[in-house]
Ligand binder design. Structure first.
Ligand code: UDX
Length: 462
């Protein structure tokens, strides 16, 4: 099928590249020329395992193209994905101006046969109808400008008869495993009341729902949830809010474990084996971050507010998370007492492993507060240390060698659970410190091994 994806951030680029990989004919549109140039050369502007490889093979197979020309993309696609960002505003609402600009742009270029316009961006509930309205506005604008410019136009106003439907198709991919998640989804959600649009979307996803590119092709077909627009949009917010709440829940339990002398890792295992609870997302730590959870939970709280409902549980999940992010600081104060004049080394800076994303990363609040209390901060991160990202950071000295990080430190804090942190020479690192303290903010390392290496080991909730 002919597909156009507008916006080449995490969601757009992964969607475009994966749909091209399964054989669709894809054009990705972005207004950033530098980025388009880079992608044309087969290079991904984001760090995402496996993405460059599938981009390169799709370019070679001729199933993907990149352009800044929205008109060309709209003309090409029978399915048009809107996949631009909806960053949070200071109020907690989503900033939908990029979605609006794209919807209007689609409207001004739309003509000819039937098209499906897909909202892939996470948009406030009710946006499906709003997008339809903006597209129609764009079409009317074009009609008006052509009518006022009759003599010279090669398209007459009557040519602009475009039929379209809007579908909400929320994305559930995780950064760091986005390509894997796209080919191995738990479900696909499609929201629309137009059966023609839903049928086209099912055809588009058939190679994925039939598990042709899945890790285990013998599994039953991927379930497709077909629903109305508003419910599809709500599913996205509810899923992310539930997962964030689940983490805040286990973090709360961890804090109680700390006080009563129980071990949260074992508690998580013990409750997670109950199939009604499930063992995933029960990893206690110094809180959730990233581009989705904080934004989506706040947006849902805000929507509830708009409709006169106070989402108490979700507000509490956010509050628990804010407090959790400062837990490493509390533990450092308990171990080192005065932080002024001390040096703290952070293992990891990104909000989670296998990504270069620093958005809403717990490390940022920690650095800010350590600086405020007069401590010097050093850090090592497998991606940030070796990229230009380190130049954008203030208040922290970024080391390029993890084993040099410990030199001169009074304590280390493991902030991100990067796999390679499991195999560092901790014995050697401990030797470089006077009273070696290690706060494991992700319960990622083995207490006995760390104690054997010479550290005083402090976990979360055990
Ligand atoms: C999340 C959702 O998982 C995904 O479905 C949605 O599309 C986008 O938001 P992502 O932000 O990439 O994906 O990260 P995820 O792996 O879900 O982790 C989010 C945060 O929660 C990270 O900061 C992570 O460290 C933290 N986390 C996760 C925990 O603290 N404990 C856990 O058990 C799991």
């Amino acid at each position: 099928m002919r597909v156009c994806v507008i916006g080449t951030g995490y969601v757009g680029l992964v969607t475009g590249a994966c749909l091209a990989h399964v054989g669709h004919d894809v054009i990705c549109v972005d207004n950033n020329e530098e980025k388009v140039k880079m992608m044309k050369a087969g290079r991904s502007p984001i760090f995402e395992p496996g993405l460059s490889e599938i981009m390169e093979s799709a370019i070679e197979a001729g199933t993907i193209e990149f352009t800044t020309d929205l008109g060309a993309g709209v003309n090409h696609g029978e399915i048009l994905f809107i996949a631009v960002g909806t960053p949070p505003l200071p109020t907690g609402e989503s900033d939908t101006r990029y979605v609006e600009a794209v919807a209007r742009g689609i409207g001004t270029h739309l003509q000819g046969g039937y098209k499906v316009i897909v909202n892939k961006s996470t948009v406030p509930i009710g946006s499906g109808d709003w997008v339809r309205m903006i597209v129609l506005d764009g079409m009317a604008e074009r009609q008006k400008s052509l009518a006022g410019d009759s003599g010279s136009a090669d398209v007459t106003p009557t040519d602009i008869v475009a039929e379209f439907d809007v579908v909400s198709n929320p994305e559930f991919l995780r950064e760091g495993s986005a390509v894997y998640d796209t080919f191995n989804p738990d479900r696909i959600v499609l929201g629309s009341n137009a059966s023609k649009a839903l049928a086209m979307m099912q055809e588009l996803y058939a190679p994925i729902t039939q598990r042709k590119f899945a890790e285990d092709p013998s599994l039953p077909a991927v379930p497709v949830v077909m629903t109305d627009l508003n419910s599809a949009e709500m599913i996205k917010y509810a899923a992310n809010s539930f997962l964030a709440t689940k983490i805040s829940f286990i973090n709360e339990v961890a804090n109680i474990c700390d006080r009563v002398g129980a071990d949260v890792t074992q508690v998580a295992q013990g409750i997670g084996l109950d199939s009604r609870i499930g063992g995933k997302f029960l990893q206690a730590g110094i809180g959730w971050g990233g581009s989705c959870f904080p934004k989506d939970v706040s947006a849902l709280v805000h929507t509830a507010d708009d409709y006169g409902y106070e989402a108490q549980l979700l507000k509490a999940a956010v509050e628990v998370n804010q407090r959790q992010r400062l837990l490493a600081l509390e533990k450092l104060q308990k171990e080192l007492k005065i932080l002024k004049g001390k040096t703290v080394g952070l293992l990891g800076l990104t909000f989670k492993p296998d990504t270069d994303d620093m958005r809403d990363a717990p490390s940022l609040l920690l650095i800010e507060n350590l600086n405020r209390l007069g401590a010097k901060v050093k850090a090592y991160d497998p991606i940030v240390s070796s990229s230009g990202l380190r130049d954008g950071l203030t208040g922290v000295l970024v080391e390029t060698d993890p084993e040099r990080l410990a030199d001169g430190c009074d304590a280390l804090v493991l902030v991100t659970d990067w796999k390679q942190f499991q195999s560092l020479d901790y014995g050697n690192m401990a030797k470089q410190m006077q009273n070696p303290v290690l706060i494991d903010g992700r319960n990622f390392l083995n207490r006995e091994e760390m104690e054997k290496a010479g550290f005083r080991y402090v976990g979360i909730g055990h």
